[in-house]
Ligand binder design. Structure first.
Ligand code: HSE
Length: 338
């Protein structure tokens, strides 16, 4: 499988690290021998080599801040524009991991359309295109006979979408409810431990949980985006982010956190979604609620179903390797069908 990576930040580098570390086991256990042939960044250069790039050298170049630090190799092309890479790279799969833009999803959405037009499968951790153009992307993927996967857009590598779509297939899912943003859950936990709002946010950024622009996390838009993705993919809903009621955690003070603590409660940013709509808002949960015990960058989701009642999945919701794994799981799914 030849892969073109559009974006090479935290998540793209996470995937590259996993592919390095697990190369032998992926080949032995899954017959999977991926080759990253192209990497494109917004401002730190692009690389293309038809025979595959060296992942270790790629990670070193990225750690030095620019892909120009990748060693000169015969047959290597530098600084091709992204559309050129998509058209010419012979990649089987385009992996879109550039920063999320929930307002227009561009330029990522154009790259996604171009990839499908040129017969590539598509894997995304970038939420923008899925939130804004889910139905159109699905339609174009069907027309192209290609797959589109985006497990990493909701709860990182914890299989929230796969569980809902595949494992609960045959159940009717009435609603989902949960903690869908790692940054804010981490911040609320740290604020309960005595950290200030700003210090907790700085830590979440340092640990690679927050978006490039963290206002989407703390104002609730990231969780709302995930709620929309869940509604679209589980309920086939035509739901947009502005149809949700959204409130973030920006107004919560250490005093609010203390008051809840003294009352035997905890603040959590809770997302709820049904086929017709939903909400994201901070809620004071009693400690008897299992979601009150989900702490740090861990997320949780409860599916309310007809045949099983409530099913809850708990796992990492943000982070480099955890989201890198989401991409790997999507690539393996595509590999099995190729
Ligand atoms: N910023 C997101 C979060 C990353 O904190 O949950 C994972 O989508």
């Amino acid at each position: 499988m030849k892969i073109a990576l559009i974006g090479f930040g935290n998540v793209g580098q996470g995937l590259a690290q996993i592919l390095c570390e697990k190369a032998a086991v992926l080949q032995e256990s899954h017959g999977f021998t991926p080759q990253v042939v192209a990497v494109a960044t917004g401002r730190r250069g692009t690389l293309y080599h038809p025979d595959g790039l060296n992942l270790e050298a790629l990670l070193v170049a990225a750690s030095r801040g620019h892909l120009d630090y990748y060693p000169e190799t015969e047959g290597l092309y530098r600084n091709w524009p992204v559309p050129e890479i998509i058209r010419q790279s012979q990649a089987d799969v385009v992996v879109e991991v550039s920063p999320t833009n929930l307002e227009t999803a561009h330029p990522a959405l154009d790259y996604c359309y171009l990839a499908l037009e040129h017969g590539k499968h598509l894997v995304l951790a970038n939420k923008g295109p899925v939130v804004l153009a889910y139905h159109e992307l699905r339609k174009r993927a069907r027309q192209a006979g290609k797959q589109i996967r985006f497990e990493g857009t909701v709860m990182a590598g914890t299989p929230a979408l796969r569980t809902g779509i595949q494992n609960l297939a045959g159940c009717f899912v009435f609603a989902v409810r949960g903690i869908l943003n790692g940054t804010t859950n981490y911040m609320l936990t740290q604020m309960e431990n005595g950290l200030s709002y700003n210090a907790a946010l700085a830590q979440a950024q340092q640990l690679g949980y927050a978006e490039t622009d963290p206002s989407g996390d703390v104002e609730g838009w990231d969780a709302a985006a995930k709620a929309v993705i869940l509604a679209q993919s589980l309920f086939d809903a035509q739901l947009s982010i502005d149809q949700l009621e959204v409130e973030g955690i920006t107004h919560l003070t250490p005093g609010d956190i203390r008051d809840a603590h003294q009352a035997g409660e905890r603040w959590k940013l809770i997302a709820q979604v049904m086929p017709t709509g939903g909400s994201v808002k901070p809620v004071r949960l009693p400690l008897s609620d299992p979601l009150a015990h989900v702490s740090g960058a861990i997320n949780a989701i409860t599916y309310t179903t007809d045949l099983l009642g409530e099913v809850t999945l708990i796992g990492p919701g943000a982070g480099q390797m955890t989201t890198g794994f989401a991409l790997l799981s999507d690539l393996l799914d595509i590999h099995r069908t190729m």
